[in-house]
Design a protein around this ligand. Structure first.
Ligand SMILES: CC(C)(COP(=O)(O)OP(=O)(O)OC[C@H]1O[C@@H](n2cnc3c(N)ncnc32)[C@H](O)[C@@H]1OP(=O)(O)O)[C@@H](O)C(=O)NCCC(=O)NCCSC(=O)C[C@H](O)C(=O)O
Ligand SMILES: [Mg+2]
Length: 278
């Protein structure tokens, strides 16, 4: 069963109001943050606040991940193991050894932020490490480390985003695109979502509730593509019944690989529909 991950919202761990509001938001997932969204002097309060929120329940189908303050933080790993989570997020992972150390201390799936040049270069080995559930592009830390400029088409980041996606797909784990910082730039946000969709990302990480609706809309398969996928699956069944290994459907050549793609798209659309009707 495919799990929709179109919209994954960061929620600062020390903001009770945001943690409360997150229970009502139509997001696919939440990344409760103990790292950069929380000031150093507030880490302890954030741990208590996040624990109270998660133990209070009410997050329903939303996938709940906890981003640790540091990839090797013993106190955060111990806290995470006591909480009802779907996974932990390790920031700034640079080697598979970091994942192995965390895996020995947690029962949860491990998501890795790839947001340094070394992390990008080692993304394949990181994605293949034990219990990794997904990779998350940290495009702000990456831009900082690369001395890259934040430009609308994200050209300076594309090699790194491509490496992250390659690594995730090579090891069959999820891939989430980075955040869009300009909250007043709706058109720019949509453009970056479209770029992420075209590249193959499963969804986008978000910082504000106003971006959930466009992320959900743009990372869902468009209805016309789902209809075409259903025609491919039906047409292929007829073609195979005639003993064919290649067919012409809607004017295009179709082989088994295209049917596999169509079935994945339909499964994602069905999972999204099931979520909407839950
Ligand atoms: C970015 C913000 C600081 C903006 O805050 P503000 O202007 O105060 O928000 P609003 O007044 O518009 O908020 C309206 C209501 O929405 C709720 N809200 C806002 N943000 C969130 C959220 N993220 N989750 C849940 N709810 C949220 C407010 O409480 C208001 O509710 P109500 O009381 O009902 O009116 C702020 O949005 C924010 O803090 N965002 C998250 C920042 C964050 O988590 N940053 C860290 C992750 S990004 C990162 O680290 C990058 C990565 O590592 C990389 O390297 O790229
Ligand atoms: Mg970062």
């Amino acid at each position: 069963m495919i799990r929709p991950r179109r919209s994954m919202l960061y929620v600062p761990g020390d903001k009770p109001r945001a943690l409360e509001k997150a229970r009502t938001l139509p997001v696919d997932g939440l990344i409760l943050d103990l790292e950069d969204a929380v000031a150093p002097e507030n880490k302890a309060v954030a741990r208590e606040t996040v624990a109270a929120a998660l133990n209070g329940g009410g997050y329903g189908e939303r996938e709940c991940l906890l981003r640790l303050s540091d990839p090797t933080s013993e106190v955060d790993l111990a806290l995470a193991d006591a909480l009802p989570l779907d996974g932990i997020v390790l920031p700034k992972v640079e080697t598979p050894e970091t994942v192995r150390l965390a895996a020995a201390r947690t029962r949860h799936p491990i998501w890795c932020m790839i947001e340094t040049p070394l992390g990008v270069l080692n993304a394949g080995a990181i994605a293949g490490a034990f219990r990794v559930g997904g990779l998350i592009a940290g495009t702000n830390d990456l831009a900082k480390a690369l001395h890259a400029r934040h430009v609308p088409d994200r050209a300076p980041l594309l090699p790194s985003l491509g490496m992250i996606l390659l690594a995730a797909r090579a090891h069959d784990v999820a891939a989430l695109d980075g955040v869009h910082l300009d909250l007043d730039d709706a058109a720019g946000f949509e453009a970056s979502c479209r770029q992420g969709v075209d590249m193959g990302f499963d969804g986008k990480t978000l910082v504000h509730p106003s971006t959930i609706e466009p992320a959900n809309r743009l990372f869902a398969p468009p209805p016309e593509e789902v209809a075409a996928a259903r025609r491919i699956v039906a047409g292929w069944a007829e073609a195979r019944a005639q003993g064919l290994g290649v067919a012409r459907i809607d004017g295009r050549m179709v082989e088994q690989l295209h049917v596999d793609e169509a079935e994945r798209l339909i499964a994602l659309a069905d999972a999204i529909a099931a979520r909407a009707s839950a």
